[in-house]
Write a protein that binds this ligand. Structure first.
Ligand code: 0RA
Length: 659
């Protein structure tokens, strides 16, 4: 049943715990049967006790979580919790903790004292409590037991994990007994008369078990103070004999004092509000104070355990206080808009403490309360108590409401600012190589997508920067057909195009956000240029089709020839144009054939291709783009011959498109 490896900590502890629970249960059942059948069988009882102690010593982590500093202090909390239980039952006012020089610790209280009467097993009840696992159930001191909560493993665990333990009980007489590693050294003895009641337990954590054996002043003093706040009026004394320090914690105002302490030095809007009540068997105490800060500090406790993972008391509190404040606001303010929980809790300091008869804890660290009856109890007590307080303190209530409304305004302003920044950022992340134009009027803005860095450079010099933007792209952009959208969007060239156009892509494409009225593809008038143009057309067809449908996409037409006669220069955009031109001009002409945009200087590029007065633009239709898309697979396919044929045909086609 038990696993051997100790490496997989968390899950293993869980399994062990589960195993231990079922084991303990069956052991308990067995023993209960034993009690009935062999009531006075001393030996049997003795064997069981040894079994319990051995079980604990063999797997201490299962009972106290760890054998490190937490586990060590767990021993002390086990005893202190028992004394607190006695106090909650109304029989104990004072608890004194001493950290001794020899490494031991002691806890003394003025409760009723652990019962010393003979128990069914033929031993004093005290000895059973100190040697039997979960003997507490037999001596149940009624509801709200802290020791039934998170710690709650019983005094026998402390005893089993101590090198030695001494117990002194004052009831009708003074009793004394000493143990070594969980076993009695001698029977319980009467050592004197008693003029008081109470229990004193001193123990020395076993160095054979614990990795750390030194109690921490910080940990102990902090927890004792917390317990004093959580259990008003109980006097908790701490003596550290090692360093000669002494502290006494006792707070008549309980958690209200806790909140006051938490708010030391902070500007507050009112005196601490204290609410309490009992419902569904759950005792609820809440202390609340709003500060003029943005800090929310709400501490939640269930049976004195700091439930850092929250739970039903937390949700009940949040719901209750939100409802009360909104109810008050609605009643007393014109045009009141309900506030959110977050608006209300900004600047709130509170301590919520519940005492639950059978607390259920869940979560990673077992610090989340899950009892559902607690939610409604806390909600209704906080709601009615808070609303009543607000009605009785309208001046201060208004201050609180004002604070909440301010919080909401700040939150809304912050959200707007965030959105603005986001929008701006979206605008700012234009591609670095984009030379944008200055005009803010979309209807006149143009974007030239230019093949090659050098042609891009010429275009930047040639352009009218007021309304013409240039985006140079490197030779080959990705094959979007093969790549699919995600991969296409990783391609630098595609990303730059999408960012420059600024209207999203695919289903998210929004034509109203397009930053340019014309998007102009400007490539060389050769085979490579045709190839790149096809790639771009395919991309736009697939991912920005509305751009084409709206007539925003164009292809620039650079001239194919430059014809010079004397000082006069002519450009021909097709072979036919060249023919016409030559016929007109007769002989003595110089003809230059342009192979690429790079062969033109900026002035020529402006004159022939970019200047709206002279240029030829072909508006791309959906049919054009669709054709490009269909032909794409041929172009990019494995069939080299088909590809060669296509390119030849396609470049001819481009020429045919020219005029
Ligand atoms: C069981 C029953 C009673 C008291 C206690 C336990 C008890 C345990 C501890 C541990 C530390 N201090 C404690 N004080 C009391 C009630 C006994 C009765 O009815 O008289």
């Amino acid at each position: 049943m038990k696993t051997s490896s100790r490496t997989a900590k968390k899950s293993e502890v869980g399994l062990d715990e589960f195993a231990a629970k079922s084991e303990r249960k069956s052991e308990k059942e067995d023993k209960e049967n034993d009690v009935e059948s062999k009531e006075s069988d001393y030996t049997a009882g003795q064997i069981e006790v040894l079994g319990d102690i051995e079980a604990v010593r063999k797997r201490p982590g299962m009972y106290i979580g760890s054998v490190g500093i937490r586990g060590l202090h767990h021993l002390l909390w086990e005893i202190v919790d028992n004394s607190i239980d006695e106090a909650l039952a109304g029989y104990c006012r004072r608890i004194k903790v001493t950290l001794h020089r020899d490494g031991s610790a002691s806890v003394e209280d003025d409760g009723r004292g652990i019962p010393t009467e003979m128990h069914e097993l033929g031993k004093p009840a005290l000895e059973i409590v100190l040697t039997k696992l979960h003997a507490g159930g037999k001596f149940d001191r009624k509801a709200y037991r802290v020791s039934g909560g998170l710690h709650g493993v019983g005094l026998s665990v402390v005893n089993a994990l101590s090198e030695w333990l001494e117990v002194r009980v004052w009831r009708s007489k003074e009793y004394y007994q000493k143990y070594r590693r969980g076993k009695p050294v001698e029977p319980l003895k009467v050592v004197g008369e008693a003029d008081r009641t109470g229990t004193y337990i001193r123990f020395k954590p076993d160095e054979e078990i614990f990795e750390v054996t030194e109690f921490s002043w910080e940990i102990v003093s902090q927890r004792l103070r917390e317990l004093a706040y959580l259990n008003r009026g109980i006097k908790l004394e701490l003596y550290d004999e090692r360093k000669g320090e002494k502290r006494t914690y006792c707070y008549e105002d309980g958690i209200a004092g806790f909140v006051k302490k938490l708010n030391t030095g902070k500007p507050t809007l009112h005196d601490v509000i204290y609410l309490s009540g009992e419902k569904n068997g759950v005792i609820v105490e809440v202390a609340v104070q709003f500060t003029d800060t943005e800090i929310e500090k709400v501490l939640y406790f269930a049976n004195n355990i700091n439930t850092v993972e929250g739970g039903t008391h937390a949700s009940g509190f949040k719901a209750g206080i939100t409802r009360a404040i909104n109810e008050f606001g609605k009643k007393h303010l014109k045009k009141f808009k309900p506030l959110s929980g977050a608006d209300i809790r900004e600047g709130l300091t509170a301590v919520v403490s519940v005492k639950v008869p059978e607390p259920q804890f869940e979560g990673q660290t077992k610090t989340k309360l899950t009892n559902s009856e607690v939610r409604t109890a806390v909600d209704s007590i906080v709601y009615s108590g808070m609303l009543e307080w607000l009605e009785e303190h309208t001046g201060e209530a208004m201050k609180i409401i004002e604070k909440c409304i301010m919080a909401r305004k700040a939150r809304e302003a912050a959200r707007r600012a965030r959105e603005l920044v986001k929008k701006k950022r979206e605008g700012i992340t234009l591609p670095g190589k984009l030379a944008d134009c200055s005009s803010r009027r979309p209807e006149e803005r143009e974007l030239f997508i230019v093949e090659g860095e050098s042609a891009g450079g010429s275009a930047k010099q040639a352009r009218d920067r007021r309304f013409q933007a240039i985006l140079p792209i490197r030779g080959k952009i990705i094959n979007v057909e093969k790549a699919g959208m995600n991969k296409a969007m990783k391609n630098e060239e595609i990303k730059a195009i999408v960012a420059a156009i600024g209207a999203g892509i695919s289903r998210d494409f929004d034509i109203t956000k397009v930053r340019y009225r014309r998007v102009i593809i400007m490539t060389d008038a050769d085979v490579d240029g045709a190839h790149i143009r096809t790639l771009l057309l395919t991309f736009f067809y697939r991912y920005m089709r509305p751009l084409i449908e709206s007539g925003y996409l164009y292809i620039a037409q650079p001239p194919l020839y430059r014809i010079k006669k004397g000082k006069k220069v002519y450009y021909a955009y097709s072979d036919r144009e060249l023919e016409d031109c030559l016929n007109r001009l007769g002989d003595k002409v110089e003809i230059q054939r342009y192979k690429g945009l790079g062969e033109m200087n900026p002035e020529q590029l402006w004159e022939t291709t970019m200047n709206p007065e002279n240029r030829y633009l072909i508006q791309v239709t959906v049919e054009d783009a669709k054709k490009a898309d269909e032909l794409f697979s041929i172009l990019m396919g494995e069939d080299v011959e088909a590809r060669r044929k296509f390119i030849i045909e396609h470049s001819r086609e481009v020429k045919n498109l020219d005029i």
